[in-house]
Design a protein around this ligand. Sequence first.
Ligand SMILES: [Zn+2]
Length: 277
Amino acid sequence: MRAAIDYGGTYARVWLSGEEGIERFDTPSWPLTRLLEHLKARYPSLRETAVAYAGQVYEGLILSAPNIDIDEPDIVRWAETSLRVKLRIENDLNCAALAESHYWNEPNLVALYSGTGLGAGIVERGAIFHGYRGMAGEIGHIPYQRAPFRCGCGKDNCLELHASGNGLRRWREHLGCGCDFRLDTMRRAGGSCREIADFFIMGMVYAAATLATLCNPRLIVLGGGIVAKNPWLADRVSELLPRYAMPAALEGLRLEISAIKEAPLEGAKLLLDTIKP
Ligand SMILES: [Zn+2]
């Protein structure tokens, strides 16, 4: 039996495949070791697992996670020695990018996701681009404009403070705007709501333009919860992109909205296929 897991700060999605067929369920975010022990106890034939993890991961080690208490950094070795389970683990956005690359059949791609946070996964010639310590693609934390509150990373000028769900929530609290996460209704409401929505849109344009210029992908896929609520963003970002991106980097570049329902989990399933039995 094999399992793919999308492991976030407040939930875990589990997909299981075995002789009995396919099963899928959500759990609260138990510590990862406890979740794996639980799965192994319930399914003793579990041999291979892949995890899309909401944190910094490099070569099987969990290095940091903003919203998760890390119970076992060396999770690959732990799973192998304690449970006899072969495990692959990757950052969740990297998994999403892998899934997008597979879905669009595009080996040079950037996935730009705005959900709770803002981040990107880069796929270069079909492989995830990690950087030295797995931190590549952290577009949410490049300097953009100062905000009257701080980011989880400690700075007060991160792009994520303007172009993510968390950013929207904090701006709404700060300016007392009562709108939901639909940017078009926020724009129509005018006043500070419109200001917050316009800041968000320009933040997404800035992120896409920076990634286009820096990574020169053939396809940028916009995804994540906030993008799903505002699918017209793709047209708006496409329209404004030439103002910010280097012209040569726009040649042959396409922009799409994600069509995958649970991209990190789908990416984890793809990772399963890379585990040698
Ligand atoms: Zn930051």
